[in-house]
Structures are given as C-alpha cells and as structure tokens.
Ligand binder design. Structure first.
Ligand code: MG
Length: 158
C-alpha cells in the first residue's frame, strides 16, 4: 500500500534571525521568524509525512506554545515523525519539495539539504528532490518578507 501526503509552510523573514532550510544554515541578511528554528522546508516535509499518515499536522504534534520546541532543531522534529512512520510499518519512497525564497539563490546549498534530509528520512539522496524558486519580485516571497516551502511525500507499507 502507498500513501501520499502534501505539506506547506510559511515563515516571515526578519533581520537578526538565522535562516535554516533543510537543516542547512544559509548565509543571508534575513532569517526566518518563529518558535522553532523556523526551517520552512523541514516543516513542509514533516507536514507532508503527517498528511500521508493521516496524523494531523505539525502544530498538533509540536505546539508552538510548548517551551520544549522553543528554537527546536526541525530535523529533530522530522526524525520524531519518522519514528511514527516506521512504527506504522511504512517507509519513505521519495520526497519532492520546493523552497520559495527571493534571495540568496539556494542552488549552492541544494545538495547539502538533500543529503541532510535523506539521512533523516532513511533514503538515498536520489530520492529527495529540493527545488528553489524566487517570487519574481511579487508578493511576500518576491518582496523578501517570507520564505515558503511545499512538499509531497510518498510512503509505502513494508
Ligand atoms: Mg513552520
């Protein structure tokens, strides 16, 4: 049996914050605001997995009012959800994700993100796709007010 899930995440950008995407620190004047490390890519993938399992959303599992998740490493949240995946008898087949950020260009970081995510998802790097898009100067992403991410994940019962 296969299960598919979709995830989306948005974080506001602000000076004085670190920008982390896919567990990789990005050199940037603006970072993502939020309760955890605000890694929009990890959050979208985490939500996609929870969606595939019909297990609610990331806010249900890791509430932003809970001090335990203050400045939390989102790879750690993802690995906790991966524990749920294996507990239910599933494994990840592949992940396809898009990060929407006006600047900097993410191309130099993409393979590092894929490698890091693949490790947590227990798959080969070839099973993790991360694509980068700008906002073409339009809307919150284009005006560098936000970073967004989307992800689709396929799980298989093993
Ligand atoms: Mg988030």
């Amino acid at each position: 049996m296969f299960r598919i899930g979709i995830g989306h995440d948005t974080h506001r950008l602000a000076p004085g914050r670190t920008l982390v995407l896919g567990g990789i620190e990005i050199e940037s004047e603006l970072g993502a605001e939020g309760h955890s490390d605000s890694d929009a890519l990890c959050h979208a993938i985490t939500d996609a997995i929870l969606g595939a399992l019909c297990e609610g959303d990331i806010g249900m599992h890791f509430p932003d009012r809970d001090p335990r998740w203050k400045d939390a490493d989102s790879l750690e949240l993802l690995s906790r959800v991966m524990w749920l995946v294996s507990e239910r008898g599933f494994r990840v087949i592949n992940v396809d994700a898009t990060v929407m950020l006006e600047r900097p260009r993410l191309r130099p970081y993409i393979d590092q993100m894929r490698e890091k995510l693949a490790g947590v998802l227990s798959v080969e790097m070839e099973c993790v796709s991360v694509k980068a898009k700008t906002g073409e100067g339009v809307d919150a992403v284009g005006e560098s007010r936000a970073v967004m991410s989307q992800a689709v994940v396929l799980l298989q019962l093993v």
